[in-house]
Design a protein around this ligand. Structure first.
Ligand SMILES: NC(=O)c1ccc[n+]([C@@H]2O[C@H](COP(=O)([O-])OP(=O)(O)OC[C@H]3O[C@@H](n4cnc5c(N)ncnc54)[C@H](O)[C@@H]3O)[C@@H](O)[C@H]2O)c1
Length: 257
């Protein structure tokens, strides 16, 4: 029996609508750019409204200045969405004994509850159209733990679980759900961590990079946001229908050890 699929071709998202949270910066911005370049109309959602506007203006998309920690705000976003990328996130580093409970709650709200509410918001449209792609930007911290990152590690593990449930429920409707799980990516979120750790330990940013962040990484460099975006785009491509409920790890070999 011969296959009915065409030979692999570039991802063509013309006529599709995408919504990218955290689209004003870093990985979210790179995803918004890549999806727009593939032809999608992109809604750029970010609490940083000016950043969202500038990305939307550059790619012919629409900006939404929204605080995803506020559940009510999610109802104001478009629901006729074919591709959902959950990228908005933040970090807070402290031992559990000193971890501020309100920080913990905020991180769960933005990085777990908002993706859940967005799924509720957009899945009916995806189901009705028989096609949808959910890409959750998780982390190696969705699969492994590090000390002092209780909220972040808990949230990313939760996101990995949520993504798998969406994969099981979406499969009969042509909707896939996956995580892309990077190691350290060159974005403002990581640049802030490098700066803070250099100050805390009285060492240079290069030392923090080489001796702390990349110490266990066989590919000893930061990952670029575009490398993560190209994985997200591949998950929306013509032959992605059987990739669901999984995590695509982009970590320079960090978890291979
Ligand atoms: N940079 C890394 O090394 C790395 C590694 C693994 C996973 N990640 C994940 O990738 C995602 C993007 O991170 P990044 O590195 O691009 O960081 P970033 O700081 O460049 O971008 C995060 C964006 O999320 C937005 N955001 C934060 N709180 C929000 C809220 N309440 N409502 C709406 N928007 C909000 C920020 O304004 C920002 O534009 C995060 O989920 C992060 O956990 C990053």
């Amino acid at each position: 029996m011969t296959s009915t699929l065409p030979t692999p071709s570039p991802t063509d998202l013309r006529g599709r609508v995408a919504l990218v949270t955290g689209g004003g910066s870093g990985i979210g911005r790179a995803c918004a750019v890549a999806l727009a370049a593939a032809g999608a109309t992109v809604h750029v959602v970010d609490i940083a409204e000016e950043a969202a506007k500038s990305v939307a203006a550059a790619i012919g998309g629409r900006a939404h200045g929204v605080d995803l920690a506020r559940p009510a705000a999610i109802g104001s976003l478009p629901s006729e969405v074919d591709v959902l990328v959950n990228s908005a996130g933040l970090q807070y580093v402290a031992p559990i004994t000193e971890f501020a409970p309100e920080r913990f709650a905020l991180i769960q709200q933005v990085m777990v509850t908002a993706p859940f509410l967005l799924l509720r918001h957009v899945l009916p449209h995806m189901y009705a159209g028989g096609w949808g792609r959910v890409v959750n930007i998780s982390s190696v911290h969705g699969l492994r733990a590090s000390p002092y990152k209780a909220a972040y590690v808990a949230a990313k593990h939760a996101l990995e679980g949520l993504s798998k449930v969406a994969a099981l429920e979406g499969a009969p409707y042509g909707v896939t759900s996956n995580c892309v799980s990077p190691g350290y990516v060159r974005t403002p979120l990581v640049e802030g961590q490098i700066r803070d750790q250099a100050l805390a330990h009285g060492v240079s940013p290069d030392d923090v990079l080489g001796e702390v962040l990349l110490a266990r990484s066989p590919v000893a460099r930061l990952i670029e946001p575009e490398e993560v975006a190209s994985a997200a785009l591949m998950l929306c491509g013509p032959h992605s229908g059987s990739i669901t409920g999984t995590s695509l790890v982009i970590d320079g070999g960090w978890t291979a050890r």
